[in-house]
Ligand binder design. Structure first.
Ligand SMILES: C[S@@+](CC[C@H](N)C(=O)[O-])C[C@H]1O[C@@H](n2cnc3c(N)ncnc32)[C@H](O)[C@@H]1O
Length: 280
């Protein structure tokens, strides 16, 4: 983990609110705290080597794998977001999305698929998908790719910023994916532009997943302008054959989506909603 990432994640919100004395104090303690974090940060794991001695993982279901690799998509997980000094090994409730993932993805299990994961974080879900889809290739992207702790011949990790259309251009131009999972910036605008910009990058019959779909409807900090046209309301309108509007969707993108979307399913996990959008 880079020091700039460490500051962004753990200190930026404190620095924004701090007065000058507090700022000086924070900047003085950062190098020491970063050093502690850095030496305790998990070492890179080569999944190709790991798989040779853990072949049984290829036979496990998704919930087992999410829990094994500590993704918050499963039933339980150990908090991966806390920094080293605040970490404990207590199992806490995860999003419990697994049943929906299994329902939609099981049929792809043995296929040679390309997966695009936005918001890969340490790679906990990437490692789970590596074993669940043993013939897959996974593009694991994040605003902070230095957080990623796995490597493999079947995984490529690099930077993306899904908060702007320009940031999304960092993807290989002509590549198309069987599965796109968006678990990155959950702000209202991020969710909308990511879906409508990346939908053309899905292959025919591909699946696009949006996690925490209802964040902008339920969390003020994810919808600072209190915009009524959230992705959740847009998807519900499409399901109900009603017109949609968003300042973030161009007419071209809207047209492409409407012509190519086969159906949309919205489910509730333990805390939040998740959408599965299937292409024609
Ligand atoms: C909830 S975590 C992802 C958890 C992970 N998918 C898992 O299963 O363990 C969200 C991730 O999105 C990333 N993120 C936040 N804003 C982003 C942005 N604008 N562009 C890309 N990634 C972003 C964060 O750095 C963080 O790693």
């Amino acid at each position: 983990m880079r020091i700039s990432t460490y500051i962004d994640i753990y200190y930026n919100h404190r620095l924004e609110k701090a007065n000058i004395l507090k700022k000086i104090y924070i900047y003085l303690i950062i190098p020491f705290n970063y050093f502690i974090e850095k030496i305790n940060y998990p070492k890179k794991i080569n999944l190709d080597e790991y798989a040779k001695v853990n072949k049984k993982l290829f036979k496990k279901n998704l919930n087992f794998l999410f829990e094994y690799f500590n993704s918050d998509k499963g039933n339980k997980f150990i908090n991966q977001y806390a920094r080293f000094s605040k970490k404990n090994n207590k199992l806490i409730n995860g999003h419990k999305y697994t049943v929906y993932y299994e329902k939609h993805l099981k049929k792809l299990k043995k296929n040679k698929i390309k997966i695009l994961e936005l918001g890969a974080f340490k790679g906990n879900a990437s490692a789970s998908f590596f074993f669940y889809f043993e013939n897959s290739f996974i593009y694991s992207l994040d605003l902070y790719p230095d957080l990623f702790i796995y490597k493999s011949e079947r995984i490529k990790s690099f930077k993306i910023d899904n908060s702007s259309e320009k940031g999304l251009l960092n993807l290989p131009q002509k590549m198309k994916y069987d599965l796109i999972i968006e678990d990155a910036g959950h702000y209202l605008k991020d969710q909308i532009i990511t879906l409508f910009t990346l939908f053309p990058k899905l292959k025919k019959k591909g699946i696009y997943v949006v996690e925490e779909l209802d964040f902008p409807d339920t969390r003020k900090d994810m919808n600072l302008t209190n915009d009524k046209n959230t992705l959740y309301t847009i998807l519900k309108s499409i399901k109900n054959h009603k017109p949609i509007y968003s300042q973030y969707i161009s007419e071209d993108k809207k047209k492409y989506f409407m012509q190519n979307c086969k159906y949309i399913k919205i489910y509730k996990g333990r805390f939040n909603k998740i959408a599965f959008i299937i292409k024609k």
